[in-house]
Design a protein around this ligand. Structure first.
Ligand SMILES: [Zn+2]
Length: 135
């Protein structure tokens, strides 16, 4: 399926720009509190754990564990031709951080299975991490 019909991600937002900058280099980054090390996802400018305002982007391995998924059999939005599967993964090196991804079709999945990110270009060239089962 082509990404041409899908809206491109917003990559210039203050809170998420670092994620997209890392993705442009095929790296996965998680905003992290500089004071206590808490992963901050969705990315925020402050830490909900210690209240600190110093944050940084920590590059982590693009590996995760499958948390859950759902398969869609009807077309709900242009650019996403059914059937397709939306996965939710927990990033291995960032406890508590869950990310979503798109897989075409009805892949054979199992909760707890190893997943990894591939960085795929969208219509505007932005590299988007997509999560796939690790063979
Ligand atoms: Zn903190």
């Amino acid at each position: 399926m082509s990404y041409a019909e899908r809206p491109p991600p917003v990559t210039t937002d203050y809170d998420t720009a670092g994620f997209w900058a890392a993705a442009s280099e095929k790296k996965l980054a998680v905003r992290t509190c500089s004071d206590c090390g808490q992963s901050l996802h969705m990315p925020k400018a402050y830490c909900h754990s210690c209240g600190g305002w110093e944050t940084e982007w920590k590059v982590v391995p693009p590996t995760a564990t499958l948390y859950t998924w759902t398969t869609t059999e009807r077309e709900l939005r242009a650019g996403f031709k059914p059937p397709y599967t939306i996965v939710c993964v927990e990033v291995d090196e960032a406890p508590g951080v869950r990310m979503v991804g798109y897989l075409p079709g009805r892949p054979h999945l199992k909760v707890g299975m190893a997943m990894h990110a591939r960085f795929e270009p969208t219509a505007d060239g932005t590299l988007l991490p997509q999560w796939y089962p690790t063979p």
